[in-house]
Structures are given as C-alpha cells and as structure tokens.
Write a protein that binds this ligand. Sequence first.
Ligand code: FAS
Ligand code: PHB
Length: 389
Amino acid sequence: MRRQVVIIGGGPSGLLLSQLLHRDGIETIVLERRSRDYVLGRIRAGVLEWGSVEMLRTAGVDGRMNDQGLVHGGTYLAARNRGFRIDFEARVGRKVMVYGQTEVTADLYAARDAMGGEIIHEAEGVAPHGLDTAAPWVSYVKDGTEHRIDCDYVVGCDGFHGVSRGCIPESVRTEYERIYPFGWLGILSEVPPVSHELIYANHPRGFALCSMRNPQLSRHYIQVGLDEKAEAWSDDAFWDELRRRIPQDAADTLVTGPSIEKSIAPLRSFVCEPIRWGRLFLVGDAAHIVPPTGAKGLNLAISDVHYLWQGLRARYGDGEEEGLARYSERALARVWKSVRFSWSMTTLLHHFPEQGAFGQRIQDADLAYLEQSEAAQTALAENYVGLPF
Ligand code: FAS
Ligand code: PHB
C-alpha cells in the first residue's frame, strides 16, 4: 500500500491534519493504537483559542461547536478567596471558546467518516522506517497481520508516550523538561457551572479551577500532591476542598453533585528540539507538553497542525519546500512562548511548599498587581486568547 502521508495517532492533532490534507486532495492514513471508544472516552482540554476555532472552521468541523460551544469574553482569577475579572475583549479585542476536547475529537471523527478518511484503529506495533531516506515506510500489525505503508512523509501525532519522538536519534534530539511537584485532581459533574466564566484560584491550601463543558456539566480541578490517588478522594471531600479555595461568593453558590469522572493528571513542561528529522514531523504532545494551567496543550497541537498543513500543501501544490524545511523552527517559536505562559500561570497560581510564606506573599503581590494594572492584564489576555500563528 502507498499513501502520501502516514499519520501516527488518531487524537485531535492527527485527525485535524488528516482532515485538512484530505480537503486539499492529499492522501493520508491515520494509524491509531486504541479503539475509537477509548479515544473518545478521554476527558481532557476545555478551552479553545480563537485561532483554534478558526482552524476547525477551515476544516469544516465547526457545526456542533457553533451550536454548543460557549464563547467567553474573560476569566476570573482569585487570591485568598477574592476574585477579579480579566476582560479579554476590552484588553485585546478577542475571546475564547469553551468546548471540550472530547467533542472536538468526536466532530473530527464524524468529519473523517463523512469524507471516507482512512483510520486504522487498534493498530499495533506501529513502526516508522527509512525516515532519513527519500522512501520512508511504516509497518503495523492489525488482527495479527503485518502491514506496510510506503509514503512520502510520516507525522507523529502520537502523544507524549508515542513511538515517533524516539525515532529522532538521541544525538540529534534535545529535550527540555520541568516536572511540577503536584498534580490536578479533576472531576466532571452534571451540575451547573459555579460562574459564567472560568475561575482560576490561588490559595495557600493549593490551586483550584472551576470550568465547564456546558450549562449542565461542570469540570473542576484542585491541586493535589503527587502521592495522592483519585479514589482516595470522596466527592464530598473534593467539594469541601474546592469551596475552601475559591472566592467566597462562588463557594456560597457552588452546586455540588456526584462525579461522573474523577482522575489525577501530573503536570510537566516538556519540549523536544527539533520536531522534524528527515521525513518525520512531530506534532502536538509528541513534541511538547504544557501544564494545563494556561489551557494551551490542545491549542498548541492545533497550531503545529497549522504550520505543517501549510508546509505540506505548498510541497504538494507547487513543489515549494520552504514550509517543511522551516516547520520545526516556526512551530517551536510559538510553542516556547506558550510553554513560557503556561509555566508563568502555573508558577503564579499553585502552592509551592518549598517557597514558604515568602513565596505566597510574592504570589499575592503578583495577583494584586494583575488586578490593578491594565498593562499586566493585557499581557495575560494576549497570551491566554492565543498568540497569532
Ligand atoms: P493525544 O495524546 O491527544 O493523541 C495521541 C494519540 O496517539 C492517542 O489517541 C494515542 O492513543 C495514539 N498513540 C499513542 N501511541 C501510539 C502508537 N504507538 N501507535 C499509534 N497510535 C498511538 N490540555 C489542555 O489544554 N487543557 C487540559 O485541561 C488538559 N488536560 C489534560 C489531561 C490529561 C490526563 C492529559 C494526558 C492531557 C491533557 N491536556 C490538556 C493536554 C491534551 O489536551 C493534549 O494537549 C492533546 O490531547 C494533544 O493532542 P495530540 O497531540 O493529538 O495528542
Ligand atoms: C478544562 O475545562 O478542562 C480546563 C479549562 C482551562 C484550563 C485547563 C482545563 O486551563
């Protein structure tokens, strides 16, 4: 079998790239390790930058998002149980869309099916070969049968634990990492959101975030230690702790209910350089990871797709290779700005025990400055709504 582009990974980045390339007449095949149900069972990101919204519209997968997505013109930050609002629209004239990654992925699968897109689920032992030659190929096993796909390019959209990043020789690869000494315990509950916009709360007991998926479905998080287990937290214990950390007016109106999903996500910052080697391109979590504090993970995956899609359509259109040659440089330039922002939001909002009372005072002062300074709010808003591609 031969296809122009083999995409490893059927998460949001792999599906979006496949959709965009297919619309340009470029052949792709997606090899996904898991079943579709497994992929769609993941609860992850919740906020889309407007650039991501526009990419989904370009891909023709925005129907449900336009109907069900929630457009937010700002967000709340809170220090010691008192909140204040950052007005994105007033500061930078842009907004964000609250629409869960699960829905984005479902919309992408539906669009791929409608176009007859090729997606192989439960593809085992996916292995790229000949990446440093002009004739790469990918092997995989499906239902016990080995398959080979010859291609022009291989795109690793296979997430942080995928196979593709390791195909770049260690002598070529540089990895930058910071692991945070805490995680996020998140729950999903069929209760109305506590506020019409998100609330990011700094508190001496730890960070908390009040988010949502729709007017009847809330997504909340609290910072927990790395040694903690989700099953050790009862719903009541979660709600009590959330109340202690968020603004008093929100705590007083919080509607609680049973959790329908409860999990702990570790936090890390990670970047691999370069994200191109020969005929291999890395996209999204395969290339970089950010702590979810800045709502950048999914959005960075989409901006990588933007740069690679532009490069591949130029290559297959008029043979121009510059976009592919500069993919790593261009994508990483934007990645590092978002990695910095996500790191700064994480540093601002989480409790770092080793920083002691002085560290808490610095965070309090930082948040007080944000509350009073239009310039500081503009800088935060510009990064949160998404820097230009
Ligand atoms: P993904 O990891 O989504 O997709 C990779 C796909 O590749 C998966 O379907 C996987 O099964 C497949 N795969 C892996 N190895 C393979 C192999 N060898 N062969 C074939 N297929 C293979 N971001 C936010 O902005 N906000 C959040 O709140 C947030 N919460 C998160 C919580 C968790 C637990 C995790 C892990 C991530 C979270 N993220 C969040 C980040 C997340 O949204 C990612 O940025 C986003 O999924 C990136 O999309 P992809 O790059 O497509 O990678
Ligand atoms: C979410 O709704 O899951 C969410 C929102 C904003 C973030 C992180 C997660 O920064």
